[in-house]
Structure formats: structure tokens, C-alpha cells
Design a protein around this ligand. Sequence first.
Ligand code: SF4
Length: 244
Amino acid sequence: MSEQAITYAHYEESFWNEFTPGEDDPTKGAEQIINWAYKSYGDSLVYACSFGAESMVLIDLIARVKPDASLVFLDTGLHFQETYDLIDEVKNKYPSLQITMKQPELTVEEQAEKHGSALWKRNPDQCCYLRKVKPLEEVLSGAVAWISGLRREQSLSRAKTQFVNKDERFQSVKICPLIYWTWDDVWDYIKKHNLPYNALHDQNFPSIGCIPCTSPVTNSDDERAGRWSSFNKTECGLHTTTTP
Ligand code: SF4
């Protein structure tokens, strides 16, 4: 059986999308799905980690199940220093985790030479494709499944996310353990377990990505309002099916 067939067989056989966590389950199904995912996919499972608030929860849950799990950070070269500082903290706290900093083919300077400076201002979809989507395609070319921290309440486009998703963009299975978590759940867990988190969260940055495309948020209930706030764009392309 080819790797592709194994991927979709797992998806078709999955019973998780009929599963509703009990009210007494403190992780709202996350711990169970993570356990199942590592038993099913083992070393073929990759966590694409953004090091946002949800990531801190997932890292902690994953490290309990598989202390040497593989994490990939899409290092666009345009992240805040606070994000790199947090990655160092995580490496110290969870020394067995395998954290890969995946860089795009072109440095920021090379991209400017080839496509013009500040591509994110003129064509953010192309910029995200070059610096995030394509690198993740390369990472997932050897993986059967990946984990993402999507939550249903984050946006309308994420409201129907399942625990186990057929990911046609990356020809893979996307596992989302936190679909039932609220923003408060995430922070309750971080505080309860004394987890590290990005210092920018305390400066009105609920969602943190690249410097040019992330702004502080004031007077908004939408925690993703600070992402691409000057552009007609809400997603980097990792969770959509179209290619720019
Ligand atoms: Fe480029 Fe902005 Fe996407 Fe980062 S978030 S890859 S700077 S468009």
C-alpha cells in the first residue's frame, strides 16, 4: 500500500469526528486524540508549531505522550525577537523535543531581489506562499499526518474544523486536538501549568506572526484581528485549499 493510501485509509477509518468529549474531560478530547495520533502515526506525525498561545498547550500535552516528538517552526526570517526567545525557553523546558526551524528557499534579502522589496505589502498571499506554505509542503512531503492548533471559535472559516481532517492542500491528514477549546481555556491551562508564553501576549498581541503583518489589538473581540490588519487577508494559506 502506498503512503498516500495509508494516509487516506487512516482518515476514512477514523471515528474521531463522531466523538464528543465528556463535560468532565479537562482537555476536551485533546489528550485522547494526541494519544491516538502518536500511536497511529508515530514518527510520521509532525507538529507545525507557531509558538502562539495554543502551541504552548499542545507542546505540553504532546510532551507528556511523546517527549521526543517532532516540531517544525516555519521560520520566515521575519518573526519578533520575543518569538525566538520563547523558542529558546521551550527548548530548555522540553529538551527532548525535536524542534526544526524550517527556512524558506530564499532569505528575506534574496526574496526582495527577486520579487521586489516588502512583497508582503504588494502580494501577501505570494509572500506567505514562498515563506510558509512551500516550506511546509517540503516538510510534509515525508510525513503522513500533521498537528495544528486550530480552534473552532477562532473564525468562521475554522468553525467546522474536525479532530481529524483530510488535508487536500498537503495531501495529508491534519489533526486538530483543540477544536473545542476557548481562548479562556487556553489561558487557564497556561496559567495552571505555569507554561512559558510569548511576552507580546501581555502587550495586546493575541495572535502573533511575522512582524510586518502583526499588530496589537485594541477594542476587538476577534483575537486574530491583529493579523494582516491592513490587507484583505485573514489566513496565511496553511489552512486553505487554494494556491496563490
Ligand atoms: Fe510574508 Fe506577512 Fe505572510 Fe510573513 S505573514 S510570510 S511577512 S505575508
